[in-house]
Write a protein that binds this ligand. Structure first.
Ligand code: PMP
Length: 388
């Protein structure tokens, strides 16, 4: 099997499995005061420290969630609701949401719902360039209108094509305008250094870095508005009620800890990605790599082979034991035209051929070679069909 779909989920690292197995054996609720509870609490808080370090933040700023989808929802609904006046007359109501056109659906859909639920909030989508990078001029103009009342969402790097976003520039513009910044750092975590001081809300997911599915975090600046969306007990400073996911946080912490010293892994992944792209272009010169001119994550290649549709390619590659995703968003097993490729101005016919190879800790050169060989074979087959 050749698994090149780490941006969908990265297989569980053995170190994470050990940490989780150990945590499962503890048998205490982190909120209990007895010895079992204290042992469980120690594991959760150790994980919180490790996840905070990955984000460049402090442990008390980390709220564990059920994943990045929940964290993005919590940030968007929580910020807008938390900015309502209440007793704090200093609070400024958020009335504008500006989100980049290449955000994940857990940001886009949540932002739409926020604008529906709070009718005084207006949502605007910020364009990206043809190279998959946010248009800073458009952000500057938007912030002129939204000054002091806006929440901006720009991801650290895109999950489909890997383009890195100019977060330092975005942050400067947002700060100058007195607005708030949400950064979805899911695909970027562990691949680039994250600097939480640039933003107000930062989102992570454990399963994209070799931790378990169903664990994530929202990292929040202390003064940033945030109303809890899950109420019940007073867990996690009252910001996210519910007994913490003990094995999930242990596995998340273990993955974050490995990545604190992840330079070797990053170099290896970069080498695999570069080899994949070079071999692909050498064998199939008409292949298009999306966002190629932009700085990109070491782990992600969004590409298309004109004439070879993603649907055909994914099924045929699977028969060869090669696993990838469509560049088109593939949620609930359905392929549809990718909003990311549409935002780049890629025409529909080429976008329908969009594929994504994503590399991670378990990827090998053998996987890369098998993927290229399978693609070359499919392209030949597609050509022969055309000629017949
Ligand atoms: N944001 C991005 C950029 C993602 O790629 C994903 C996962 N596809 C998510 C958020 C949602 O993460 P989770 O699966 O942890 O809910």
């Amino acid at each position: 099997m050749h698994y090149l779909d780490h941006n969908a989920t990265s297989p569980l690292r053995p170190e994470c499995l050990s940490a989780m197995t150990h945590a499962l054996g503890i048998g205490g609720n982190p909120s209990s005061l007895h010895g079992g509870g204290r042992a469980a609490r120690a594991i959760v808080e150790d994980a919180r420290e490790k996840v905070a370090a990955l984000a460049g933040a402090d442990a008390d700023q980390v709220i564990f969630t059920s994943g990045a989808t929940e964290a993005n929802n919590l940030a968007l609904f929580g910020a807008v609701e938390g900015s309502l006046d209440g007793e704090d007359s200093k609070k400024v109501r958020i009335t504008r949401l500006f989100i980049s056109a290449i955000e994940h659906s857990s940001v886009t859909a949540a932002a739409r719902k926020v604008a529906e639920r709070f009718p005084w909030v207006r949502l605007d989508i910020l364009p990206v360039t043809g190279d998959g990078v946010i248009d800073l001029e458009a952000l500057r103009v938007a912030l002129r209108e939204g000054k002091g009342r806006a929440l901006v969402a720009v991801m650290a790097a895109n999950n489909e094509i890997g383009t890195l976003q100019p977060l330092a520039d975005v942050s400067k513009l947002v700060r100058e305008a007195g607005a708030l910044l949400l950064v979805d750092a899911v695909p970027a975590a562990g691949k680039i250094a994250l600097d939480f001081s640039l933003c107000d809300y930062l989102v992570l997911s454990a399963h994209k870095i070799g931790g378990p599915l169903g664990a994530g975090a929202l990292v929040v600046r202390r003064e940033a508005p945030l109303a809890p969306q899950m109420v019940g007990g007073g867990h996690q400073r009252g910001l996210r009620a519910g007994s913490e996911n003990l094995p999930g946080s242990a596995g998340f912490g273990a993955a974050a800890h490995i990545l604190a010293d992840g330079e070797g892994e990053r170099t290896r992944i970069t080498h695999l990605r570069d080899h994949f792209e070079a071999a692909l272009k050498a064998a199939i010169p008409e292949a298009v790599i999306f966002g190629e001119k932009s700085p990109r994550l070491c782990s992600t290649t969004g590409f298309a082979i004109p004439g070879l549709t993603a649907e055909t390619a994914l099924i045929a590659m699977d028969l060869d034991g090669v696993m990838m995703s469509g560049g088109a968003s593939c949620s609930s097993g359905k392929l549809s035209v990718s909003p990311v490729l549409a935002a780049l101005g890629i025409d529909e016919a080429l976008a329908a051929c969009g594929l994504r190879a994503s590399f991670g800790w378990s990827s090998t050169m053998d996987d890369v070679n098998a993927a290229v060989a399978s693609l070359v074979k499919l392209r030949e087959r597609a050509r022969n069909k055309e000629a017949a």
